[in-house]
Design a protein around this ligand. Sequence first.
Ligand SMILES: [Zn+2]
Length: 387
Amino acid sequence: MKTTLRTDITVKDICQGFQYNEYEGKGLFGLSGTLTIQPEYQRNYIYADGKKDVAVIDSLLKEYPLGLIYFVKVAEEKFEVLDGQQRITSFGRYVTNKFAVKDENGMEQYFDGLPTDKQKIILDAKLVIYECEGEESEIKEWFKTINIVGVPLNEQEVNNAIFSGPFVTLAKAEFSSSQTAEVQKWGAYIKGSEKRQDFLERALDWVSKGQIVPYMSRHRYDDNIRELTSYFNSVIDWVSTTFEDVEKEMCGLEWGRLYEEYHATAYSPKKVSEQLQALLEDPFVINKKGIFEYILGGSVDKKLLNVRIFSEATKKSVYATQTTKAKDEGTSNCPHCAMGHGANKTKIWALKDMDADHVTAWINGGSTDIENCQTLCKTDNRAKGNR
Ligand SMILES: [Zn+2]
């Protein structure tokens, strides 16, 4: 059987000559008459429930992919939809104004009523289509394997089936055989299992920078997987030498991206380990998974850690104490304003105009407790944050 990947066909192309039979509940034809949407052996259109069909249109409007679609080539320039007829019928019916979807203001919108830019987003959406060519029995057999009841193939398993050949055979031997000692090591950094092709998927994702399908298509008939393994090993070696400790929070991080961004920077593994342990134990660090990128980036981007902030109750209580004291002394309740010589030297700020601030910065070991809290006017707090 022969399969060809098509990424050039748009929603607009399919909708050329789209015909839907309301009586039989079937999408009939599209692609200027060359496509039979509902061959006899397919079930009828079941997406017209105001949910699944609407979800298809929402996906298109958000420019999300609709997933893989399979065509069977039955003759020269004649195709049948093997998988995807529900999605195709949904957008075909929408584009021909058979149903409406709610817009962001809750208004029902038919296709004709959409602004032209939104119409264009739908019509220009490109589909990912596999054209299969072969004997009917062959194709039906294959269709069964991609739709095993109860255990649907995941995306990588489908890709392996589609691009079967020497490259996939070698890649599976390397990344999905549980015989190797490496598998256990990989599991520390990559989520999933070798059996479901999760390690192979990650290896392909990293080397192709997220472009797995085109990469597999390009290398389908290669007799070696050198590029794939050497890139994968570079990433794993880099992670395991940069971070000497293996922590459960490392599993499933975007190591391919982090490698690209940081592998040219030199680190002291000993220092990295000390920083890592301190942050893992720090009760104020909420996002433990962000610690690794935080350290790699030079310990600057605190947003990655989602550090605990002062509660509203703490802020109010500190504000009250500070304000009473300031009024007694005739100074501003913002300690920075009080020290200055400007017009705000004696200004009493309202609670809403002040921020809670760490007296000793969190980064220098200051805790997020009431004893380490002061309120500053928003201007001074921002100025302090920028230093
Ligand atoms: Zn101030």
